[in-house]
Ligand binder design. Structure first.
Ligand SMILES: [Zn+2]
Length: 130
């Protein structure tokens, strides 16, 4: 089951449009090189403002490659938000997939949630288990 929540924590069902944007986010997630694969897409009035994928920020010369494999320091949500100049009143779709490409819970973490709220995005839609 998929769910969305707004800044007011309302949970509801998805429209067909929501489903299709969420499937784009799911595709983006599958392209991540991280173990936990996340993808995000920001949309306003039917126009895609930006997309993002979680990625490593640390350079191999700074930390061991073993560490980089386990740790993704830039989250997909923040990656996408950074690419928009103005995300006011937009909707962000966030997806996570496992190794087999199946959707998994992708509720934004606290720091991403803050970034999302600061950016002016008013609706958050993310994949859920199953
Ligand atoms: Zn996060």
């Amino acid at each position: 089951m998929k769910q969305w929540r707004s800044s007011k924590e309302i949970v509801g069902s998805l429209s067909k449009k929501d489903e299709s944007y969420l499937s784009v986010a799911t595709y983006l997630a599958s392209t991540s090189s991280c173990r936990m694969k996340h993808g995000a897409i920001i949309v306003r009035n039917g126009k895609v403002l930006a997309t993002g994928v979680n990625k490593e920020k640390n350079h191999p010369t700074v930390v061991s490659t073993e560490h980089i494999k386990d740790h993704c320091s830039v989250h997909a949500e923040v990656d996408a938000i950074k690419k928009t100049k103005n995300a006011k009143n937009a909707t962000i779709y966030i997806a996570r997939v496992n190794k087999r490409g199946q959707a998994r819970m992708s509720k934004p973490c606290d720091s991403c949630y803050k970034e999302i709220m600061n950016s002016g995005i008013k609706k958050i839609i993310y994949t859920n288990e199953g």
